[in-house]
Design a protein around this ligand. Structure first.
Ligand code: G3H
Ligand code: 13P
Ligand code: ZN
Length: 308
């Protein structure tokens, strides 16, 4: 199977009340870990590339890695997606480079400007067969190009107007998640009433949940035990993600958990095997840690096992 536009994945996910995992990729081991998990779980998957990943690894390298992974198991349905595209030009370059999906993130802009920018990307993407995700509302925390002090939750009526006027294919909504490893100071809380209200006003329309890492405490503990300092890290409980996947959320974004899996594994290896200096010695278990974590997510959080 070639790289695909995620439309069919989302139609099936919406109807089947599960979500597609969208995992951020930055290097070969991460691509391999995710793809091996998707292959074993027989699950569709979205590999997403941020502007930072593009700068770090290079767009062509990442695309070639994805192609190589697909050659290993052509039965896995895969979409390659630009995560948090800040400008029309960046979206255009990714579309021209073979991405099957892009996110234009105008969430920091005033409503009308967000619509206009999203519309511009839609008009370039759709004739080329590319899916467009947009965002309305603001997640607290650091996004690549913008720092938000507070959440601005998505207004359900505005969401309808935004989708109608911008023509975007899926919409990222703000309901209380945030990017990174420190999502909640106290109890974790998401605004499911708001999610339900948006879903009711936009029937059969796929919503996207950003900032959806669960920050597994086993990785946090390993990082801290082996010399790290990620004290107080807290993510979205997995049962809440499952609940969202059973509603209108068809795409769940995970990056932080991959970072934690890689770092916990490497820290442990470095301390337990101080004699090792061959990068393969610690990148191999790091890749296995990504694979195990992603397989768990696909099976127990996304609910997409066996849907390939
Ligand atoms: O939403 C942000 C993603 O975690 C990407 O992070 O821009 O550091 O690659 P990055
Ligand atoms: P996390 O930081 O929770 O992994 O969120 C990732 C994300 O939303 C990428 O767009
Ligand atoms: Zn995000």
């Amino acid at each position: 199977m070639a790289l695909m536009n995620p439309k069919d994945m989302f139609v099936a996910a919406y109807d089947g009340r599960y979500a597609i995992g969208a995992f951020n990729v930055n290097n070969m081991e991460i691509v391999q870990g995710i793809m091996e998990a998707a292959s074993e779980e027989k699950s569709p998957v979205i590999l997403q590339v941020s502007a930072g990943a593009r700068k770090y690894a290079g767009q062509t390298y990442l695309m070639k890695l994805v192609e190589a992974a697909l050659a290993e198991d052509p039965s896995v349905p895969v979409a390659v997606h630009l995560d948090h595209g800040a400008t029309f030009e960046l979206c255009r370059d990714c579309i021209d480079g073979g991405f099957t999906s892009v996110m234009i993130d105008g969430s920091h802009l005033p409503f009308e400007e967000n619509i206009a920018l999203t519309r511009q990307v839609v008009e370039y993407a759709h004739p080329r067969g590319v899916w467009v995700e947009a965002e309305l509302g603001k997640l607290a925390g650091v996004e690549e190009h913008v720092q938000n002090a507070d959440h601005v939750y998505t207004d359900p009526k505005e969401a309808v107007e935004f989708v109608e006027r911008s023509g975007c294919d899926s919409l990222a909504v703000a309901i209380g998640t945030s990017h990174g490893a420190y999502k909640f100071k106290g109890e974790a809380k998401l605004d499911f009433d708001r999610l339900e209200a948006i879903g009711k006003l936009l029937p059969n329309y796929p919503l996207v949940l950003h900032g959806a890492s669960s920050v597994p405490q086993e990785f946090v503990e390993l990082c801290n035990k082996y010399g790290g300092n990620v004290a107080g890290a807290k993510g979205v409980p997995e049962d809440m993600l499952r609940k969202a996947a059973g509603m209108s959320v068809c795409k769940i974004n995970v990056d932080t958990d991959i970072r934690l899996a890689v770092t916990a594994s490497i820290r442990q290896h470095m301390v337990e095997h101080p004699e090792d200096f061959d990068p393969r010695a610690y990148l191999k278990p790091a890749r296995a840690a990504v694979k195990a974590m992603v397989a768990h997510k696909i099976r127990n959080v996304m609910g997409s096992s066996g849907k390939a």
